[in-house]
Design a protein around this ligand. Structure first.
Ligand SMILES: CC1(C)CO[C@@H](CC(=O)O)CN1
Length: 432
């Protein structure tokens, strides 16, 4: 019957073209979590959790109308799940007016780490700034204190670079030049060459990355004297596909030659210890098998035809567990005040504060690894470092920023003779 159901709203990017259609895998993952939390005895004793959702197409306007429909139609919702940075920005900025916590499973924009604009936002998806302490750690490890930045003019990369610049300054690393481009990177790459940039951090979406890599090949800004940092969440063979379709003037071989040796950083979204049982009782490998069996009904998984958002699916699964754990905590606290979550209304600030403090202190081992939130509501996550060696990505190590702990496998390869680490500047040898 109705009075034992706890309702939450969900906004998933499924259709449409622009941005990230990650709801395709994240909505099924959220559903698996609903099954699991509702089957877990004593997690929500006497209640079941129900999700009412619709498609935002990663469009903020459509996302806003989905939110209004969820809020202005019964039953009363207790929390909102959302994906895509643009949609989360709109939804989280408005949600405070309804005293609703918003839990984002697919939003990487650093701008969302702002308690003034988004007082009730939490995310299981790490901010794009999570790469920056890792980049600094690697620069210090290899003795690079003179670096350059090449970025696409997009909000997420602009705010990531601002954070990176601040961290470089703190660490005494000089940024010799910061180049940005809208869609054609050739002038920006030329300026990197003029400034004799050797260690370059590149921040752009994958289509722009292919244009940059070809330009780097044409201008010779690659090989034994250069190290490029790229983003690690592009598909593995990103530098060999779509070349004709996107009008890339380089051949596969040229792209491979330019890509050889580059380093990538990315946030870990699947718990690395595949045998470690998480709060659901599953390991991350068990989760993958279950998710694949659900997705196989709609996608040709066995021929590598995955839906978008597969990489982020653990973040959506864990978001639902975070909701259930927070409600469990809130219900026992409200019971002591003779109240229940069922009485929550959009003007009930006290209960909203109880839900906020419960989610704020939620910490558990999920299929995406340790789930915990910073004071800004950001996901605290590990990062993974890889390098392209003989055309394939090899794992070089992991970095835990909180513990300042770098796990390193000593597998890095430098293409110069004697395999020396590339220098960050031209060394002028004094002839005595
Ligand atoms: C790693 C990526 C692809 C970054 O963008 C996120 C979507 C967004 O921030 O809008 C999803 N995950």
């Amino acid at each position: 019957n109705e009075d034992n159901v706890l309702h939450i709203g969900g906004i998933f990017p499924i259709g449409g073209e622009g941005g990230w259609q990650g709801g395709q895998a994240c909505e099924p993952a959220a559903n698996l979590a609903l099954e699991d939390v509702n089957n877990k005895t004593n997690l929500l004793p006497g209640f079941i959790l129900k999700l009412h959702w619709n498609d935002s197409e990663c469009e903020p306007g459509l996302g806003a109308s989905v939110m209004y429909n969820l809020l202005y139609n019964k039953p009363q919702k207790l929390m909102l799940l959302a994906g895509c940075s643009t949609v989360c920005t709109t939804v989280a900025e408005a949600a405070k007016m309804w005293n609703l916590v918003v839990l984002c499973y697919g939003a990487s924009s650093p701008a969302l780490s702002d308690r003034n604009r988004f007082p009730t936002l939490f995310r299981t998806h790490p901010s794009a700034t999570v790469h920056n302490p890792t980049r600094i750690k690697l620069m210090e490890k290899f003795g690079w204190s003179r670096v350059a930045i090449l970025q696409q003019a997009e909000e997420v990369f602009i705010s990531t670079v601002e954070d990176l610049e601040a961290r470089c300054k703190e660490s005494g690393i000089e940024i010799v030049t910061r180049q940005s481009f809208l869609s054609d990177p050739s002038d920006a790459v030329r300026n990197l060459r003029r400034q004799d940039a050797r260690i370059i951090v590149g921040l752009f979406y994958v289509v722009a990355a292919r244009r940059v890599l070809c330009e780097v090949y044409l201008q010779g800004l690659y090989g034994k004297s250069y190290v490029w940092f790229f983003i690690g969440w592009y598909e593995d063979n990103w530098f060999e596909v779509n070349l004709e379709k996107e009008g890339i003037m380089c051949t596969k071989e040229q792209m491979r030659e330019a890509a050889e040796g580059h380093i990538t950083t990315e946030a870990l979204m699947w718990n690395q210890n595949q045998n470690e049982k998480t709060i659901s009782g599953m390991t991350s490998e068990d989760f993958r098998i279950r998710l694949d069996s659900v997705l196989r009904k709609t996608y040709d998984i066995d021929n590598n035809r995955y839906p978008e958002g597969y990489q982020e699916a653990p973040l959506a699964y864990d978001a639902v567990w975070a909701v259930a754990l927070a409600f469990n905590k809130t219900m026992s606290r409200l019971n002591r005040q003779g109240k229940t979550l069922k009485n929550f209304t959009y003007t009930d600030k006290e209960t909203a504060d109880e839900i906020y403090s419960a989610i704020n202190s939620t910490q558990f081992l999920g299929v995406s690894g340790m789930v915990a939130f910073s004071s800004q509501g950001d996901r605290i996550a590990l990062t993974q470092i890889e390098q392209v060696i003989n055309g394939n990505y090899e794992k070089l190590g992991y970095y835990d920023t909180q513990a300042d702990n770098l796990t390193w496998f000593n597998k890095e390869k430098w293409s110069g003779k004697s395999g020396k680490v590339p220098q960050d500047r031209t060394i002028v040898r004094k002839v005595l």
